[in-house]
Design a protein around this ligand. Structure first.
Ligand code: OAD
Ligand code: ZN
Length: 251
């Protein structure tokens, strides 16, 4: 399986990766679905919708600050590092991720499309104020605070710059991702249940254009029926081996 996938990747013309929460599981970040998933313990409609935020911003901010704390301590794992190496080698052209955890950037990837936003960014609910808390150096202070974060420009509430249920994806990100998918001949799908659309169209676009879909996941997903190669396993372990094989093949 891994050998076959490595051959396809080594020969690819325009490889893209499409990733979900499972790629960050080995970094200690909980996934959404599955037996220990966040949406088993919490109801998304109470925490991840604009209505929930309007109703109870305190609860929503508690949930997001908790996730930000976990994510800010997490380090990229072997799967993120392998994707960064594949990009450096010139093999991987882009990472299209549903994750908000910034771990692809931490690992060293440059061409990253974040379909669902980034948990370290906040934005004002009223004006155009946006802030990346990592870049502004305010992250630690922000995580210690218990109060509602307020916009320094207009005083309204700040919210996480992530996509909630029922919201449109960030302008530009989706069309960029679709354009990359249309150009791509191989899509490497890692750690996603493939149940959330429009993101989950990405591998379908590649497949419909005659490209290959290679999937890595310990369980079958919504993408598995269209996968040419399904590698059952954990992202970090499989990607480490896959990278070594691709390096061998490319000499
Ligand atoms: P899910 O939680 O739906 O799915 C995680 C997938 O990762 C499952 O298919 C698992 O089998 C797999 N998995 C678990 N451990 C793994 C490991 N070590 N290596 C590889 N795979 C592993 O997460 P997503 O598909 O990312 O949306 O969910 C999609 C969207 O739903 C998220 O972006 C989020 C959520 O609601 C928004 O925030 C808008
Ligand atoms: Zn404002």
């Amino acid at each position: 399986m891994i050998e076959g996938a490595a051959k396809i990747i080594a020969r690819s013309r325009f490889l893209i990766a499409f990733t979900g929460a499972g790629i960050s599981a080995e970094s200690g970040i909980p996934t959404f679905r599955g037996k220990n998933g966040l949406w088993k313990r919490y109801r998304p409609e109470e925490l991840a919708t604009p209505e929930a935020f309007a109703r109870n911003p305190k609860l929503v901010w508690e949930f997001y600050r908790w996730r930000m704390r976990i994510i800010s301590k997490a380090k990229p794992n072997k799967a993120h590092l392998a994707l960064a190496e594949l990009e450096r080698m010139g093999v991987l052209k882009a990472v299209i991720t549903q994750n908000v955890d910034d771990l692809n950037r931490e690992a060293g990837n440059k061409n990253i499309i974040e379909l669902h936003g980034n948990i370290f960014r906040v934005k004002c609910i009223r004006c155009d104020y946006r802030e990346n808390l990592k870049e502004s150096g305010r992250l630690e202070k922000f995580l210690e605070d218990e109060d509602f974060p307020k916009c320094p420009k207009c005083g309204s509430l700040l919210r996480p710059d992530v996509v909630w249920f029922g919201e449109a994806l960030p302008e530009g990100a989706l069309s960029k991702a679709f354009n990359l998918a249309r150009k791509s001949d191989v899509c490497l799908v890692i750690g996603t249940s493939g149940q959330v659309f429009p993101a989950a169209y990405i591998p379908h676009i590649v497949k419909d254009n005659g490209g290959y879909v290679i999937e890595i996941n310990p369980s079958q997903s919504g993408i598995t029926p269209i996968a040419d190669i399904f590698i059952r396993g954990k992202a970090g372990e499989v990607m480490d081996e896959l990278l070594k094989k691709v390096e061998e093949l490319r000499g």
